[in-house]
Design a binder for this molecule. Structure first.
Ligand code: PBG
Length: 325
């Protein structure tokens, strides 16, 4: 069929028709809200490079989570900012660590909210790298036990999902084995399987104080031009026991997301990271873009590219726009 019998505009001629033939929907069900927690109480400190985002303490993050749950958001992911950092990042696996404490408070206030905990050492190490450092190099194998220990401690605190974001090889297998051995065979692993060495993490590193003190993350996070390698990374994590695989960042890597979803047909997430948030925010603050329309368009594109759900700092705003539960 071709013109004049076929007129694609016919199905665009009313909102009712557009709604009927719409292929992708972004729903509150698809959103995970990232939250930063630090020690102390009654805190909600604005993060300058991420307007509208805050550093919470355990009590205020629990109240925030109750609100997010009421808005219909199914899950949050937590990042910790510890008071003390050391070479190994030992605050990451302390029983009364900053995230462990927050999880216990959240579970009291919002027991049915899915709590995900990011597993990485960079917020906890004094050098800011995601693993053990020796002679200026980030070592893979000695890091695995620390990640496994951290994961078990987060599961023990009540995390439903652990999300390793370090990009060490073999960590999913090690974490799965440690969780199972500790009796947490139902704890879900969401792996940052395809995580790029991206410049879009800048505002997060300000927020979490986790910028590396020397060098960069290019010896462990992926090289942005590569996409076949992303499939290999995803395959390895699935073989090692990842329940959900993630591509990160989202918008600059929609092609990779589509390939990963098509190739593996697994539950797949995408992380719309801090820089993606802040660049939209900055343009909207200047009145250059219409925030609500741009955010809905951008996040819908992530779903269209194959993400089952999206980690986004816009989650709360979107849930409000979509009208709650
Ligand atoms: C920890 C981690 C980072 C992000 C999520 N987990 C920072 C990094 O890898 O440097 C970035 C999230 C964001 O930018 O929103 N490794």
């Amino acid at each position: 069929m071709s013109f004049p019998a076929e007129r694609p505009r016919r199905l665009r001629s009313s909102e009712g028709l557009r709604r009927l033939v719409r292929e992708t929907a972004l729903s509150t069900d698809d959103l995970v809200m990232p939250l930063f927690v630090e020690t102390g109480s009654a805190k909600s400190e604005p993060i300058p490079s991420m307007p509208g985002q805050f550093r919470f303490s355990a009590d205020t993050v629990a109240a925030e989570c109750a609100e997010l749950y009421e808005l219909g958001i199914p899950a949050v992911i937590l990042f910790g900012i510890p008071e003390r950092k050391d070479a190994e990042g030992s605050e990451a696996w302390r029983e009364d660590g900053v995230v462990q404490t927050a999880i216990r408070e959240i579970k009291k206030k919002a027991p049915d909210l899915v709590v995900m905990a990011d597993v990485c050492l960079c917020e906890y190490t004094d050098h800011g790298h995601c693993g053990v450092v020796e002679d200026g190099r980030v070592l893979n194998d000695p890091t695995l036990d620390l990640l496994a220990r951290t994961s078990v401690s987060l599961a023990r605190a009540g995390a439903d999902v652990v999300a390793p974001s370090d990009m060490m090889d073999g960590r999913v297998r090690r974490i799965r084995a440690a969780l199972d051995e500790a009796g947490f065979s139902d704890t879900v692993i969401l792996s940052y399987a395809v995580k790029y060495a991206s410049a879009f993490y800048g505002p997060f590193r300000d927020a979490a104080g986790s910028a590396p003190s020397f060098g960069d993350r290019r010896s462990y996070q992926m090289d942005p031009p590569n996409s076949d390698e992303g499939l290999r990374e995803a395959r390895l994590d699935i073989e090692e026991g990842a329940d959900i695989i993630m591509v990160k960042p989202a918008l600059p890597y929609l092609d990779v997301l589509r390939r990963v979803k098509d190739e593996f047909a697994r539950p797949t997430a995408a992380y719309c990271v801090s820089g993606e948030y802040s660049m939209i925010k900055a343009a909207c603050e200047r009145g250059w873009l219409d925030e609500r329309r741009v955010v809905m368009e951008a996040l819908t594109s992530v779903r269209r590219a194959g993400a089952d759900f999206v980690l986004t700092y816009f989650a709360k705003d979107i849930a409000k726009w979509l009208g709650g539960k």
